[in-house]
Design a protein around this ligand. Structure first.
Ligand code: MG
Length: 302
């Protein structure tokens, strides 16, 4: 994608309809076309259009079946589909909505209606994506949030059971964060959280690793297929890097840095083990580390 133009796929078996819709939409959008159901399914997955206009009556697979297949395809299920048809029929319209279409337009096409509906549905899809992103991301640091962490660790826990592999978890808590906030103010506290957050993805960067902000000053790192010794190295790297991160205060007068306490557990889980026990062990180890004087890693192989 060279610029921000949205991509629309038009699926219709008749050239004249493709030509009319292309003429209406091409000034504002990049277009992909398909003249039968097979091609439509293939191109939807390959080209990832932002919206699909889909004819019902086609010779190979009819539009309803194409719609059904699109909605069961992981790669295409979130693409909004507007049904376009020559049949002005309430049953068809109802069926289209039940199968997951977002709208229904009848031929002959009116330029303004086509443009307006396309624009509206593109906007709505954009908002839905933004909300989905917000629901998985911590707004301050940009790291995955607690919700995404919960989903990820659940998935990796199950995978570890299936594959009989060790799963490691770090819980990282900033030491004396409240005192820091009181001394330098909330804005500086936020700066500190942002600076600390950048350390995790650099230290745990395999594709299945996940670093998240799970509450105020608490972070977590999920390390799939990682034995205790390797997880400890990563934890130690995180502890040292954060300790050596020097941050100027907002007024530029003072340099500050902080330390973290880390709870670390490793387990090769079995089917009856509980993920909550695993998490609680790591969480409890953080408090042990705090009690033992902070700026350290405590944990065990379960
Ligand atoms: Mg047709």
């Amino acid at each position: 994608m060279s610029d921000n133009r949205k991509r629309i796929m038009i699926v219709d078996d008749e050239n004249i309809n493709l030509a009319i819709l292309s003429q209406i939409l091409s000034p504002e959008y990049d277009l992909v076309t398909a003249m039968n159901g097979q091609d439509a399914l293939k191109r939807a997955e390959e080209n990832q259009p932002d919206l699909i206009l889909l004819d019902i009556v086609m010779p190979d697979i009819n539009g309803f079946d194409v719609l059904r297949k699109l909605k069961s395809s992981d790669a295409a299920k979130d693409i909004p589909v507007i049904i376009i048809t020559g049949r002005n029929n309430a049953d068809d319209e109802e069926k289209a909505f039940l199968l997951g279409a977002v709208d229904y337009m009848t031929k002959p096409f009116n330029n303004t209606i086509v443009m307006t509906r396309v624009k509206t549905h593109l906007q709505m899809a954009g908002q839905t994506q933004a909300i989905a992103r917000l629901n998985l991301e911590d707004a301050l640091t940009g790291l995955p949030n607690r919700h995404r962490f919960d989903m990820h660790i659940e998935r990796e826990w199950k995978r570890a059971i299936r594959e009989k592999k060790p799963l490691s978890l770090l819980i990282v808590d900033i030491d004396r964060f409240k005192a820091y906030n009181d001394a330098y103010g909330n804005i500086q506290g936020d700066e500190l959280l942002k600076a600390v957050a950048t350390v995790f993805p650099k230290s745990a960067r395999r594709p299945a690793d996940l670093s998240a902000r799970i509450s105020g000053e608490e972070f977590a790192v999920v390390l799939p297929d990682t034995v205790w010794e390797s997880a400890l190295l990563i934890a130690e790297n995180i502890r040292k890097t954060i300790k050596s991160t020097i941050l100027p205060t907002v007024d530029g007068m003072t340099q500050t840095s902080v330390t973290v306490s880390i709870g670390l557990v490793t387990k090769t889980p079995r089917a009856n083990d509980k993920i909550s026990d695993f998490f609680n062990w790591a969480d409890g180890s953080v408090y042990e580390a705090k009690r033992a004087g902070r700026d350290r890693i405590i944990g065990k192989v379960l």
